[in-house]
Design a protein around this ligand. Structure first.
Ligand code: ADP
Ligand code: MG
Length: 707
C-alpha cells in the first residue's frame, strides 16, 4: 500500500515525465525546435540531422528521469498496447565502459519484428517486416515503476508494404481527412485565418474494482476478465445508493494514486465518481486531440490496472464482469475545433441564425444516418455484446439525440423552409430563498441515446470499456469528412451561396430526419419505431463485422485514404478470429471450473449430506425429509450440470476444429454461447442452496460489496 497521507501540488508534478512542448523549448536548439513544431503542425517531414538532435536531447532528459531503456510504444490490433524495450547502451569500449546513445534513426523508425500480432493476412510470417514510426504529434514520456524507467515513444505500426497494422495509422489518416474537408467548409463561410481543424475527444472510462485476493480465487476473472458463474446477491444496484455515493477510503486512496501517476504522464485526469453498479467507478480526463486522447486512454487503462495491484485491488475493465448489474462503457465525447479555438459544434445562443453550425449539424446527421452500421461496428467487441442489444444501455440501434432546442430548429426548417427562432433556457426556480435562481440550459439531458448532442459536442455512448477508442473516432472523423466534402462539392459551385446553403441544410434535415430520436432509447416501443423508420438494429458483433468492408465502406475509406480494401478485409478477418478465440477461452474456462472445482465440491457436499442423513436416522430415527429433499434437489442439479458440461465440451471442440472466419464466429455465438448459458443455469442455482463454506470461489456478494 502506498503512503496515503502524502500530499502534493498537482501543478508541480503535472507532465513531469513528458517530453512536452516546454521541455522541448527549453532543451532543443531554437532551429531544431522550430523544425519539429513545423512537422507537428503542418505534417512536414523531419530530416535525419534534426531527428538526431531531438533523439539526443530526449535521451539525456530520459536518463535524468532514470530511464535505462526506450521503446516504440504502439497499438496493434489486439486492443492493447505493445512495446519492445531496447537499452540505451552501446557496445563496450576498450576500457570496458559503455556509452548511452539514441540516434534520430532509432527515434523515427523501429523494426520490432512483431510478426505474431494479428494482421488478417496482410503479412505472412515469411514477410514479417513490420515497422513502427514515430508519431510526433503525441509526446514521448517516461514511464517509471517497479520494473524501472523507460522512455516510451508513441508510434504507428505498418507492414513492409505500408499497410496499417495498428489503430493509430488510420486514426491519423482520418484526422487529416476531417481537417482537409472542414477547412474547405469554413473557407466557404469566409474563414481565411484558421489553419487546422482538429477532432477533439474526451473519453469517460468506467471500471470495476474488486479485492485482489478474492479475484485470484476466480479463474473466470483471471482468464476472461468476467465472471462466468455467479448467483445474484440479495442486494444489487436497485437502491441506487452507490451512484455518486461517498467514495470509500480504500478506493479514494487508490484513485489518488492513479491520478498522481496520470498527472505525471501529462494525462489530465479530471473527474472521478462512483458509478451505478456496486464496485463500479468512472474516470474522465479533460478532452484532447483525438490521437493524444487515444494514447491517453490506453495509459489510463494501463494505470488503473497497475496501481490497483499495488493497493491489493484488481481493476476489471471488461464490459460485463457481472451478470445482473450494469456493465461498463466508455462515453466518447467528440467535437471539431480550429487551431484558433472555434468549435464547429458550438451552436451559439441563437442556433437558428448560425448557418455554418446548421450545415455542420445536418452534415453530421447525414453521416450518422448513412453510416450507422459502421458506427455500430466501431463499438463492437466481444464483451460489448453483453451490453449493446442485450437488456442494457445503450441500445444497439444508432439514433441521434438533439434536444428540444435543436429539434425545434430542425422542425421549423423542414416544415417552413426557414428557422426563425430558438427556444431559450428559462429561469430555474429553486423555491428556496437562500438559493439563487439560475438560468437553466435550453435542453435537458438524455441518458439513453447512443449518440447525443451535449451542448457543443457529440457523445457517442456505445463504446466498450476495454476497447480502444481509436476505431470509433476513425469512423466519426471519416464519415463526417465525407459529408463535409459532398456539401462543399455542391456549395463551391453554387452561384448564390446563401440560397444554396439554405436549400442544402433543409434537404439534409429532411432526408435524414429519421435518425433523430429524443425519446427513451431503452423502451421496446423505440425498437418497433426504429424498425418502421428502417434503422438497422444490429444485435451482435458477428452481425456488425460485415459493415467494415461493404462496397459503401470501401468507397468511403478509400476516398479519404483512411483504409485500403485490403486493410478492411484484413480487419474483418481479425475480428471474426478474435470473436471465436475469446469465446473459446471462455468456454474452456467454464469447462475447467465446472469439472475441476464445482462438480467435485458438490459431490463432496452430497456425500456429507448423505452421511448425515444415515447418521441421524441411525441415531434416533428422526424425520430427515428436509435433508433428503435437499439431497435430491442438489443431486438433480448436479446431473443437469454434468449433462450441460458434456454438451459444452462437445460444441467447443467442434467450434475449435472449424475453419476461421464468419461461420466459425457464428457457431461460437449460436452454439457455444448457448451451451455456456445452459451450464451456468444449474450451477448458479446450486450456489444458492449449498453451504457457503463448500462453494469453491468467492460469491458476487463477496466481490461486489467487500472491497
Ligand atoms: P458529462 O456531464 O457528460 O460527464 P463533462 O462536461 O463532464 O460531461 O465532459 C465529459 C467529457 O467530455 C470530458 O472528458 C470532457 O473533457 C469532454 N468534453 C468537454 N467538452 C468537449 C468538447 N468540446 N469536445 C470533446 N470533448 C469534450
Ligand atoms: Mg457524459
Amino acid at each position: 500500500m502506498e503512503n496515503c497521507t502524502e500530499y502534493f501540488n498537482v501543478a508541480d508534478i503535472f507532465g513531469e515525465n513528458v517530453f512536452n512542448d516546454s521541455v522541448m523549448q527549453e532543451r532543443l536548439p531554437k532551429k531544431v525546435y522550430q523544425k519539429l513544431k513545423q512537422t507537428i503542425r503542418d505534417g512536414k517531414e523531419l530530416d535525419l540531422a534534426t531527428a538526431d538532435v531531438i533523439a539526443h536531447e530526449m535521451k539525456e532528459w530520459a536518463i535524468e528521469k532514470g530511464a535505462t531503456h526506450y521503446t516504440h510504444w504502439f497499438q496493434p490490433l489486439t486492443g492493447v498496447t505493445a512495446e519492445k524495450h531496447d537499452s540505451f547502451i552501446t557496445a563496450p569500449m576498450e576500457n570496458g565502459k559503455v556509452l548511452m546513445s539514441f540516434s534520430g534513426k532509432e527515434l523515427i523508425k523501429g523494426e520490432p519484428d512483431a510478426s505474431s500480432f494479428p494482421s488478417g493476412g496482410l503479412r505472412a510470417t515469411f514477410e514479417a517486416r513490420g515497422y513502427t514510426a514515430w508519431d510526433c504529434t503525441s509526446p514521448a514520456f517516461v514511464r517509471q515503476d517497479a520494473a524501472g524507467a523507460t522512455l516510451c515513444i508513441p508510434t504507428a505500426f505498418c507492414s513492409y508494404t505500408g499497410e496499417a497494422l495498428d489503430q493509430k495509422t488510420p486514426l491519423l489518416r482520418s484526422m487529416e481527412a476531417v481537417n482537409d474537408q472542414a477547412l474547405r467548409l469554413i473557407r466557404l463561410f469566409g474563414n481565411t485565418t484558421s489553419r487546422r481543424v482538429t477532432a477533439s475527444v474526451g473519453p469517460e472510462q468506467e471500471y470495476f474494482i474488486v479485492d485482489r485476493d478474492k479475484y485470484l480465487k476466480r479463474k473466470d476473472l483471471i482468464f476472461t476478465g468476467r465472471t462466468l458463474f455467479g448467483a445474484m446477491p440479495p442486494k444489487g444496484q436497485e437502491m441506487d445508493d452507490h451512484y455518486f455515493g461517498t467514495i470509500r477510503e480504500r478506493i479514494a486512496a487508490y484513485m489518488k494514486a492513479v491520478n498522481k501517476e496520470l498527472w505525471k504522464l501529462g494525462v489530465s485526469a479530471k473527474t472521478q465518481h462512483n458509478e451505478v453498479a456496486p464496485a463500479q467507478h468512472e474516470l474522465a480526463p479533460i478532452y484532447a486531440s483525438a490521437n493524444v486522447a487515444v494514447d491517453h486512454n490506453q495509459l489510463i487503462m494501463e494505470t488503473l490496472k497497475k496501481v490497483a495491484g499495488r493497493h491489493g485491488l484488481q481493476c476489471l475493465l471488461h464490459e460485463k464482469p457481472f451478470a445482473g448489474v450494469n456493465g461498463s462503457g466508455k462515453h466518447n465525447n467528440w467535437s471539431i475545433t480550429t487551431d484558433d479555438g472555434i468549435n464547429l459544434l458550438d451552436p451559439g445562443v441563437t442556433p437558428h441564425e448560425n448557418v455554418q453550425f446548421l450545415l455542420v449539424l445536418t452534415c453530421i446527421l447525414k453521416a450518422v444516418d448513412i453510416h450507422a452500421d459502421l458506427l455500430r461496428e466501431s463499438a463492437a467487441d466481444v464483451g460489448n455484446d453483453h451490453r449493446l442489444g442485450a437488456n442494457e444501455a445503450p441500445p444497439a440501434i444508432i439514433s441521434v439525440f438533439l434536444g428540444e432546442q435543436l429539434e425545434d430548429v430542425l422542425t421549423q426548417l423542414i416544415s417552413t423552409g426557414e428557422a426563425t427562432h430558438s427556444i431559450k433556457g428559462s429561469m430555474l426556480e429553486t423555491g428556496v430563498k437562500t438559493l439563487p435562481d439560475f438560468m437553466k440550459d435550453a435542453t435537458d439531458r438524455n441518458r439513453t441515446s447512443p449518440f447525443a448532442f451535449t451542448g457543443n459536442k457529440f457523445e457517442f455512448r456505445m463504446v466498450g470499456s476495454q476497447d480502444s477508442i481509436a476505431q470509433p473516432n476513425v469512423v466519426l472523423n471519416t464519415i463526417v469528412a465525407e459529408a463535409f466534402s459532398e456539401a462543399c462539392d455542391i456549395l463551391e459551385k453554387a452561384d448564390d451561396f446563401d440560397l444554396a446553403v439554405h436549400d442544402l441544410i433543409k434537404k439534409y434535415a429532411t432526408e435524414h430526419q429519421r435518425i433523430v430520436f429524443n425519446g427513451n432509447g431503452y423502451s421496446d416501443a423505440w425498437v418497433e419505431e426504429a424498425g418502421r423508420r428502417g434503422l438497422p438494429n444490429i444485435r451482435s458483433m458477428v452481425d456488425a463485422i460485415p459493415a467494415l468492408n461493404t462496397e459503401k465502406a470501401v468507397k468511403l475509406f478509400e476516398k479519404f485514404g483512411v483504409f485500403t480494401k485490403a486493410e478492411l478485409d484484413s480487419r474483418v478477418e481479425i475480428e471474426y478470429e478474435t470473436y471465436a478465440k475469446e469465446i473459446n477461452i471462455e468456454a474452456k474456462t467454464m469447462i475447467d471450473i465446472a469439472g475441476k472445482q464445482i462438480i467435485p465440491a458438490i459431490i463432496k457436499y452430497t456425500t456429507t449430506l448423505a452421511t448425515s442423513i444415515s447418521a441421524v436416522k441411525a441415531a434416533c430415527d428422526a424425520d430427515v425429509s428436509v435433508q433428503t429433499e435437499l439431497l435430491t434437489e442438489v443431486s438433480d442439479l448436479l446431473s443437469e450440470t454434468k449433462v450441460a458440461l458434456s454438451k459444452l465440451e462437445e460444441v467447443t471442440e467442434k467450434g475449435a476444429a472449424m475453419e476461421e472466419g464468419r461461420d466459425q464466429a457464428a457457431f461460437y455465438r449460436d452454439e457455444v454461447m448457448t451451451a455456456m448459458s445452459a451450464l451456468r443455469a444449474p450451477v448458479d442455482k446450486l450456489e444458492m442452496i449449498v453451504d457457503k463454506d463448500v462453494w469453491p470461489m468467492p460469491s458476487y456478494g463477496d466481490l461486489l460489496f467487500e472491497v
